[in-house]
Ligand binder design. Structure first.
Ligand SMILES: Cc1cc2nc3c(=O)[nH]c(=O)nc-3n(C[C@H](O)[C@H](O)[C@H](O)COP(=O)(O)OP(=O)(O)OC[C@H]3O[C@@H](n4cnc5c(N)ncnc54)[C@H](O)[C@@H]3O)c2cc1C
Length: 400
């Protein structure tokens, strides 16, 4: 018997399992994958994600596995480019881009080290109920076969966008916006000292990130409606997008693509009801958004912290449903700004004349550049930079 069963052992599930096990809970964390394991996701970690890893004592482990801090990013909107880094979060200014094979393994190892029981290679098919409450899961082992049944008074679905747990508990979707983009990415070796950069163009978004093992991850996003066209001739579509950034196609041609392209158009923007009798949802299972702003991992860490806090307070004597009730409210509040930013970014809309003038003015004011990067990273509210009075003040300063 466990106190908590967590289904899914990546950014959300492994983090929660680690925090709960550190707090003395008996935790089982189940995943159909075995680690190290890759997944469909790039892996940009803004300051608030890096801060959590540091706080959990895991940032040094990323360093030890060859993941270098990124101290400068270029933000390029076509007519204007600016370089910098966002305002730090609790003194954490550098950002990181660890492969998921590395990041998820560090988290899983930390969960096991803290005392969580990792049950990998098991697919969870169903939630078990007793007296109207979730009370465990049923699953089957991959490969060799065989079934498995686990019991706990709390089942957490950290099993991603297509969460089986969410389906079995009939979690309701709310604040839903259909997919706005489709994306493809891959990894190149031999590109030299490539800087992290974010290039926004009308109808396209091109992201370039140095990652582990001397590789560079390049990600292109297009409007969702173009998915059929893009994948019909993916190589050509991808390289046509690179042409929108001066010099990028030549840089890429000087290296070697190390992996096949990976992509998807299955990128809904939504929340799900995330607590019920004996169950909770975490990470993408509870809230999913377009990856254009690279915030899913940071939000999975945030949610793991919030849910762990709620579960700790239930253990300390607060009625469990009451304690868990705070978690989705706090999550929705703390992710609202990033959700709005992801929706705005994923529209891949043309840059208006007004915004072009604003960016030109901002590029000459280092403290404004820092705040623009802070918005991108989710540590500065959008309205603190893009409200009409703030824009007017930046324009006035530039004209002074
Ligand atoms: C193309 C793309 C690029 C992205 N880029 C970034 C980025 O740069 N930065 C960023 O912060 N975010 C990014 N994201 C978002 C990020 O990938 C997610 O927000 C993050 O992975 C969510 O973590 P999670 O643990 O909730 O879910 P997941 O990472 O999806 O993990 C779910 C786990 O549950 C397991 N599982 C599922 N069903 C079952 C089952 N029935 N039984 C047992 N196990 C099960 C799976 O095997 C998996 O290991 C990107 C997403 C995409 C699609």
């Amino acid at each position: 018997m466990f106190d908590v069963i967590v289904v899914g052992a990546r950014c959300a599930g492994a983090s929660l399992a680690m925090l709960l096990a550190r707090g003395g809970h008996r935790v089982a964390v189940v995943d159909r994958a075995s680690f190290p394991s890759d997944t469909m996701s790039t892996h940009f970690l803004w300051q608030r994600a890096a801060f959590r890893l540091r706080d959990w004592g895991l940032l040094d482990r990323l360093h030890a596995r060859g993941c270098a801090p990124i101290e400068q990013i270029t933000f390029d909107v076509g007519p204007v480019q600016m370089s910098g880094i966002g305002l730090g979060v609790e003194g954490q200014t550098a950002v990181y881009c660890p492969r998921r094979t590395v990041l998820d393994t560090v988290l899983v190892e930390a969960a096991v080290e803290a005392g969580a029981e990792l049950i990998d290679g098991v697919v969870v098919d169903d939630v078990v109920w007793a007296d109207g409450r979730a009370s465990g899961v049923r699953g089957r082992r991959r490969g060799a076969g065989g079934s498995l049944s686990l019991r706990a008074p709390l089942v957490v679905g950290a099993d991603g966008l297509h969460s089986t747990v969410a389906r079995r508990v009939a979690a309701r979707v709310y604040n839903h916006h259909p997919p706005l983009t489709c994306v493809y990415y891959s990894y190149w070796s031999g590109l030299g000292d490539v800087r992290a950069s974010f290039h926004a163009r009308t109808g396209q978004l091109i992201l370039v990130w140095p990652t582990n093992d001397g590789l560079t991850c390049i990600y292109v996003g297009w409007p969702r409606r173009e998915f059929a066209r893009v994948r019909t001739d993916l190589d050509r579509s991808f390289h046509a997008a690179l042409d929108l950034v001066p010099g990028l196609r030549d840089t890429v041609a000087s290296g070697h693509r190390e992996q096949r392209f990976v992509g998807t158009a299955d990128l809904p923007n939504q929340y799900r009801t995330s607590v019920g009798p004996g169950w909770a949802l975490l990470g993408d299972a509870g809230h999913h958004k377009d990856p254009s702003t690279g915030m899913g991992i940071a939000d999975a860490f945030l949610s793991a912290d919030l849910l762990a806090e709620a579960i700790h307070s239930a253990r300390a004597g607060r009625p469990v449903d009451d304690a868990l009730g705070d978690y989705p409210r706090q999550r929705d509040q703390l992710t609202a700004n990033g959700f709005e930013l992801a929706l705005n970014t994923a529209r891949l809309a043309p840059l208006s004349n007004g915004l072009t003038a604003f960016y030109r003015a901002a590029a000459t004011q280092p403290e404004v550049v820092e705040r623009i990067f802070g918005v991108l990273g989710g540590s500065v509210p959008i309205r603190d930079v893009y409200s009409a009075p703030r824009i007017a003040s930046v324009l006035a300063q530039a004209n002074a």
